[in-house]
Design a protein around this ligand. Structure first.
Ligand code: ZN
Length: 270
């Protein structure tokens, strides 16, 4: 049995213990960056439904610094939600108003041990907090040349997987950790990190053009498309927005001799 599995079991049993206290209705533990439930098999479908809502609310509040990051309490008729960021996770405890002081005592009692397990669990999962990496690196501009060196490393030689595939899925991974709501936020994200100037030029099929693309701009005609990272970002964004899977094709690219990139999205045929 791996250490990780044992730690997760321990985590679950502690939360189950806490759940037994009168007045506590539910406990959710979600990943701070992705909003995914950490102990997913502990949830029924109804709970799974509410988690993304709570997560977006929490990340909104944290982003806008409307409150201290220690804990947040949301009041809702006879119930309250205590939202507590802890290391890499956010613990959300739903409880009845009349039990408020008891709930705080219980949390205090268990906080140390949960904190310890949370750290250990995440160390083993080696989760990369993409959003915090981005947030903390905003002012440090990296050179396009350096980005391209990483972009064009021949991973296939070492790991039997193409750089294109890695870049594509990495793009998707970044998007799912960013929680961007509107296309304007996506445009801003491209601008902020110098990925390119992005625009929707057709709605059906969804057509997205990128100028000054970080992967291919100025590279010259080498008879192939190059922008797999951007394709991952773009398809990831629209998949999250529309909640359907897309196939994406780059039909114009500086690598093909064009002066911009064009991506076409079509709903995925299953
Ligand atoms: Zn391109």
């Amino acid at each position: 049995m791996s250490l990780l599995y044992k730690e997760i079991q321990k985590y679950e049993s502690i939360l189950n213990e806490i759940k037994k206290f009168p007045g506590i209705l539910n406990i959710d533990v979600i990943d701070k960056d992705t909003g995914e439930p950490v102990l997913s098999h502990n949830y029924n479908s109804e709970r799974l439904h509410i988690i993304p809502l709570l997560n977006s609310l929490v990340s909104d509040m944290l982003n806008k610094e409307l409150c201290s990051t220690d804990e947040i309490v949301i009041k809702n008729k006879d119930k309250k939600y205590l939202i507590k960021p802890l290391n890499n996770t956010i613990i959300i405890i739903e409880y009845l108003l009349e039990f408020e002081s008891e709930v705080f005592n219980i949390i205090k009692k268990f906080e140390g041990i949960i904190n310890k397990i949370d750290k250990l669990t995440y160390k083993n999962l080696s989760v990369i907090p993409l959003k915090s990496i981005l947030d903390n690196s905003k002012k440090k501009k990296v050179s396009v040349a350096l980005f391209r060196l990483f972009r064009f490393v021949d991973f296939d030689k070492y790991f039997n997987i193409s750089n294109e595939k890695i870049m594509f899925y990495f793009g998707k991974e970044i998007i799912s950790s960013l929680n961007l709501r509107k296309f304007e936020d996506f445009v801003e994200f491209f601008k902020e990190y110098d990925i390119g100037k992005i625009d929707i030029t057709n709605k059906n099929p969804i057509t997205v053009d990128v100028y000054d693309c970080i992967s291919c701009s100025g590279i010259g005609n080498i008879n192939r498309t190059l922008c797999y990272f951007e394709a991952g970002l773009i398809s990831g964004f629209f998949e999250e927005q529309k909640n359907i899977k897309f196939d994406i094709t780059e039909v114009k690219c500086c690598g093909l001799g064009d002066n911009f990139c064009r991506f076409l999205l079509t709903s995925k045929k299953i």
